[in-house]
Design a protein around this ligand. Structure first.
Ligand code: MN
Length: 252
C-alpha cells in the first residue's frame, strides 16, 4: 500500500544517475543531490510539464487521513487516475499526437480538435496529477502566505471570502467536475468550476486561465467516507491544501 513512498527520489536517481556518473559524481553524493532537488523537481515548471504518464504519488495512501481515507486514495490513484493515463496513451496513439514534440498542456489548449476520449482522459490525467501535488498531510489553520495571500485578499476581499466562494463552486457543481482557483489573462485570481474532466487550460472551457489549485468533486473522490456529504469532504479537504505548491505555481 505504501509502494509510492520514495519513488520520486528513486526515479530522480534513476534518471540522473547516468549523467551524474558521467560528471564524476559518486553514488554516495547522488542521494544528497536528490534530496536537494526533490522539492524543485516536484514543483518547478510542472503546470507546463505534467508528463503523459502517471507519476508516483509522492506520499502514502494513508498520508491524507482522516480527511481522505487510504482506501479512497488507493482506488482513486490506483484505479480511476491510472485508467485516465492508460486511456490517454491509447488516444494519443490513435489520433497521431507526437508526445515527444507536444506537451500535454499544449494539447489541452487545442483539445476541441480531438475526440471525446482525448478530452476526457487528457483532462482526467492532467487534473489528477495536478490534484495529488496540491495536497499534503493535514495542517490546522492552513492558509497561504506572502504574495499569494495578499493577492487573494486583493481579489476576494479576504481569505475566508475566497474559501467560501471556492467551496460553493465545488458544492454547486452539478454532477461530476472540479472546482478551481485560476489566474486569468488579466492577472486576476478567479474561482470557478468545470464539468467532468474539463479544466481551465482547455480551449473549450468557459473558465480559462492558469490553474493554481483544483479540487476533485467527483463522487469517486469522497463517496466511501462521506457518501452524499460533499460539503463535509470539502470542509475537511481545506486542511490538506499544500499552499507552498500553490504559491510556487502563482509565483511563476
Ligand atoms: Mn478523481
Amino acid at each position: 500500500m505504501d509502494k509510492n513512498i520514495g519513488n520520486t527520489r528513486r526515479d530522480f536517481i534513476k534518471s540522473t544517475g547516468k549523467a551524474g556518473l558521467a560528471a564524476g559524481l559518486s553514488m554516495t553524493v547522488l542521494p544528497a543531490l536528490a534530496e536537494k532537488y526533490a522539492g524543485q523537481e516536484k514543483v518547478e515548471g510542472w503546470i507546463e510539464d505534467v508528463p503523459y504518464e502517471q507519476q508516483p504519488l509522492g506520499y502514502s495512501y494513508a498520508a491524507l487521513e482522516p480527511a481522505i481515507d487510504a482506501m479512497t486514495m488507493e482506488i482513486h490513484y490506483g484505479k480511476h487516475a491510472a485508467a485516465y493515463a492508460k486511456n490517454l496513451a491509447e488516444a494519443v496513439k490513435a489520433e497521431g499526437v507526437d508526445i515527444q514534440k507536444e506537451k500535454l498542456v499544449s494539447l489541452l489548449g487545442r483539445i476541441s480538435k480531438f475526440s471525446p476520449k482525448m478530452r476526457n482522459n487528457g483532462g482526467g490525467h492532467y487534473n489528477h496529477e495536478f490534484f495529488w501535488k496540491s495536497m499534503r498531510a493535514a495542517a490546522e489553520n492552513n492558509q497561504p502566505t506572502g504574495e499569494l495571500a495578499a493577492t487573494i485578499i486583493r481579489d476576494f476581499g479576504s481569505f475566508d471570502a475566497f474559501k467560501t466562494q471556492f467551496t460553493d463552486a465545488g458544492k454547486n457543481r452539478f454532477g461530476s467536475g472540479w472546482a478551481w482557483l485560476v489566474l486569468n489573462k488579466e492577472g486576476k485570481l478567479v474561482v470557478g468550476s468545470t464539468p467532468n474532466q474539463d479544466n481551465p487550460l482547455m480551449d473549450i472551457s468557459e473558465l480559462k486561465g492558469t490553474p493554481l489549485l483544483g479540487l476533485d468533486v467527483w463522487e469517486h473522490a469522497y463517496y466511501l467516507k462521506y457518501q452524499n456529504r460533499r460539503p463535509d469532504y470539502i470542509t475537511a479537504w481545506w486542511k490538506l491544501v499544500n499552499w507552498e505548491v500553490v504559491s510556487k505555481r502563482f509565483g511563476k
